[in-house]
Design a protein around this ligand. Structure first.
Ligand code: DGL
Length: 235
């Protein structure tokens, strides 16, 4: 048993899309969320820089007493998971490995496609047909969603030969209602739930589950209206 908080982090507001799933799976855990909004997007950055920023954020959360770190960011997981695991004194849970396991178990017979950031696509961390949905993150950081015409521009051609669309960036679930409305036949997978289940599994295995719930804390390197709006929505 350990009543310290769990750290959850992302490059910006995207990882907030994972918080409800983590809170549902682990109702006794206090979450400290950190979004590096001042330096988002990470997805167009050099891997060296992504690793450097990620280790900095991890140190900050561990310094605040976090007993584990859940990386609610595909880009950080794709590029920096190994470095974080080596660097951190607490268990680190990446968002990509558990969703690949889930896809293997549930959709092995389907045609899978993933949309993600440039850095995630380049890393090859998702072994599927992949496309960088470059304009999505700036739209979501600014307005919390993506206009239909931008979604169509990115997805119309990409989805013609896939059955399952993985939202391989934690910002994208904020555009999920629009994507679902535009492409009714697609099976959409949001990795958040798998991150939440894996976090529970790791806390349980390490005897780190909390008994006492304390209020979650939401931090950002630059607090924006979008950040505050989304925090209000998920609380
Ligand atoms: N939300 C992040 C992800 O899951 C990255 C967004 C960005 O900073 O480019 O990949």
């Amino acid at each position: 048993m350990n009543n310290n908080p769990i750290g959850v982090f992302d490059s910006g507001v995207g990882g907030l899309s994972c918080v409800p799933a983590i809170a549902k799976e682990l109702p006794n855990e206090q979450i400290i969320y950190f979004g590096d909004t001042a330096r988002a997007p990470y997805g167009c950055r050099d891997p060296k820089e992504i690793i450097e920023f990620s280790l900095e954020v991890a140190d900050k959360l561990i310094g605040m007493g976090c007993k584990s770190l859940s990386i609610a960011c595909n880009t950080i997981t794709a590029v920096a998971l190994d470095a974080l695991e080596k660097h951190c004194s607490v268990p680190v849970i990446g968002i990509i490995p558990p969703v690949i396991q889930y896809l293997n178990s549930n959709y092995a017979d389907k045609r899978i496609g993933v949309i993600a950031t440039e850095a995630t696509v380049k890393s090859g961390a998702y072994p599927y047909k992949a496309k960088a949905a470059i304009p999505f993150v700036p739209n979501i950081e600014k307005a919390g969603t993506v206009p239909d015409e931008v979604i169509r521009e990115v997805l119309d051609d990409f989805v013609v030969d896939i059955d399952v669309l993985v939202l391989g960036c934690t910002h994208y679930p904020f555009a999920r209602p629009s994507i679902e409305r535009l492409y009714k036949d697609l099976i959409i997978v949001d990795p958040a739930e798998e991150l939440a289940k894996k976090t529970k599994e790791v806390l349980t295995a390490n005897n780190l589950l909390a008994k006492e719930k304390k209020e979650n804390i939401y931090l950002a390197s630059k607090v924006t209206d979008t950040f505050n709006d989304i925090v209000r929505r998920i609380k």
